[in-house]
Design a binder for this molecule. Structure first.
Ligand code: KG4
Ligand code: ZN
Length: 345
């Protein structure tokens, strides 16, 4: 493994192990990551089963569940890495964006641990964390173009350095993950709908007569609310019986449209920036059609494509540990136990 990052920070040792905590939404996650690339432990406890009955995440319930889970998960993480907290060089935590109450659980646990054990604490932006999932187990270096798509955000980003994120375009209405979840709900699939819709779409073999047009939006921005409405109008037009019969085909057409939208934007970005290194990030990058479309289009030797393994696409703490390392390399490690969490990007 190559570590060519010029690390200006004197505190960064050759073995910088960071214990990271992620509680921004409905996954309680703790990880230990060495030098931003090597995961020593990765524990994720999903709350989905508890929120499913309500068809979405209940913020109050999410915070309570994080609180219940986090101590055992911390112990499990240290056990997995066979480390004691004394062996950790720093702590990291997601400080936003996300659900305020949930973020506060992770932040307070991290602040307390850092204070008791006299360790530096690094606060990480959740979206930056998603981008950094691509550094895990790879030699990826900036500059590169990132297609980031999660439940709340859809952005095309130019990473100018390990920490300089330039947002070139973003959604003007729904996030891609939100569109997946809403369309899946129309299909009667459980929350969160994205992975279920993906599974259904993958049952389609051969031709598909359904298709949806890519929304026309100026510049490098995105729009998914028209696509969501197009699926709803189609349902009304074809009627319940045909809808039920053709659901898999429609799911397939829907996700192909999202994949095409992403591809178009990245191709446009490549043309204007001449960067040929492309990465995917965020929960929606777990989608089979999107992964396949990117693998097909961005092939070596013309392009370099990095896609996180599935477990690092959706929310996890390893990506936060990776992000914290690259942040720490850039600036002095802060001993700031007073920062506030924030709900919006
Ligand atoms: O990044 P993430 O885990 O959490 C947020 O930061 O929002 O993304 C969650 C989103 C949800 O909308 C979920 O339905 C979607 O990612 N998702 C998928 C797939 N797996 C997760 N969407 C499409 N296909 C998938 N396989
Ligand atoms: Zn996320």
């Amino acid at each position: 493994m190559r570590h060519s990052l010029p690390c200006a920070n004197a505190i960064i040792s050759t073995h910088m192990r960071i214990l990271s905590i992620e509680t921004s939404c409905d996954e309680t996650a703790v990880a230990i990551v060495e030098n931003g690339r090597k995961v020593l432990a990765n524990q994720v406890l999903s709350q989905i089963i508890k929120h499913k009955t309500w068809g979405g995440v209940i913020p109050e319930l999410a915070s309570r569940l994080h609180l219940e889970a986090i101590n055992d998960l911390l112990a499990e993480t240290l056990k997995e890495a066979q480390l004691k907290i004394e062996n950790i060089e720093a702590l990291a935590v997601t400080s936003g964006p996300g659900l305020t109450g949930s973020l506060m659980v992770g932040a307070n646990v991290a602040k307390t641990l850092a204070w008791i054990h006299n360790k530096p604490l690094i606060q990480v932006n959740h979206l930056y964390g998603h981008v950094c999932a691509n550094f895990i187990d790879t030699d990826l270096e900036p500059p590169f173009i990132c297609m980031l798509a999660s439940g709340g955000h859809t952005q095309v980003i130019k990473m100018n350095s390990f920490t300089d994120m330039e947002i070139l375009g973003e959604t003007i209405d729904d996030a891609a993950g939100e569109a997946f979840d809403k369309v899946a709900r129309l299909m009667g699939l459980p929350y969160p709908g994205g992975p279920h819709l993906d599974k259904l779409a993958q049952t389609v073999q051969g031709n598909n007569n359904y298709s949806f047009p890519v929304a026309r939006v100026a510049g490098l921005d995105f729009s998914f609310s028209g696509l969501k409405t197009a699926v709803l109008r189609l349902k009304e037009k074809i009627g319940e019986e045909v809808w039920e019969r053709d659901k898999a085909l429609i799911a397939n057409a829907f996700q192909n449209c999202v994949a095409k939208t992403f591809l178009n934007r990245i191709e446009q970005t490549i043309e204007s920036s001449d960067i040929r290194r492309v990465v995917l990030a965020g929960g929606v990058s777990a989608n089979s059609a999107i992964r396949a479309a990117f693998k097909n289009k961005f092939q070596a030797p013309d392009y370099e494509l990095v896609i996180p393994s599935l477990k690092y696409c959706t929310d996890n703490a390893a990506m936060i540990g990776s992000a914290a390392y690259f942040q720490a390399c850039k600036q002095d490690l802060a001993v700031d136990y007073k920062f506030e969490v924030y709900s919006r990007a």
